[in-house]
Design a protein around this ligand. Sequence first.
Ligand code: GTP
Ligand code: MG
Length: 197
Amino acid sequence: LFAGAADFLSSAPSVETLPPMRGHEIAFAGRSNVGKSSLVNALTGRNTLARTSHTPGRTQLLNFFDIGGKVTLVDMPGYGYAAVGKAKVEAWTRLIHDYLRGRANLARVYVLIDARHGIKANDAEVLDGLDTAAVSYQIVLTKADALKKSEIEARLAATRASLARRPAAFPEIILTSSRTEEGIADLRASIARLLSE
Ligand code: GTP
Ligand code: MG
């Protein structure tokens, strides 16, 4: 799946301007700066496909990428970044919420959690929304390179425990680093498996 071409398709500032549905979509959601755009680049092996930045709030639109003409990856704006101002936070929150709940061809949401920080209150709110709407999601821990092995084990255990009572959560957690490419092959395999179901 990821051996073929990956191309930018389009950007949408609102749910009224989403591209037409074609095949399955896989969305990447998470707090600002968690590493969504970097992960899209690592998955596709194209370092400049999605725009990344040290500064939170880089991705402000829903960005759609075609993978081999078979599946669409969606790089989402991050949530929880207050410095962009209240109006923008509200607009992004609505965009994320409306897209995640209303997209019929959305096969799975990968919810990215920074391995250093774990699930925060605003992550829990997003997960609550996905559970309520019965939208299937899986947790991806990011930036594994920034932790010691013992810290990673503790984070995995705590995250696993908090997923036990979440009905729409896929039980497996994928540990990744876009920097070292740890777990990237696992994530590719997860997506390929999902699409062959
Ligand atoms: P927004 O679009 O603002 O929501 O951010 P994003 O989630 O798309 O994050 P982005 O991919 O732009 O990365 C944010 C920062 O985290 C950048 O400085 C990246 O270099 C850094 N980063 C991303 N992935 C990793 C990783 O695997 N390890 C480490 N150490 N840093 C990473
Ligand atoms: Mg981004």
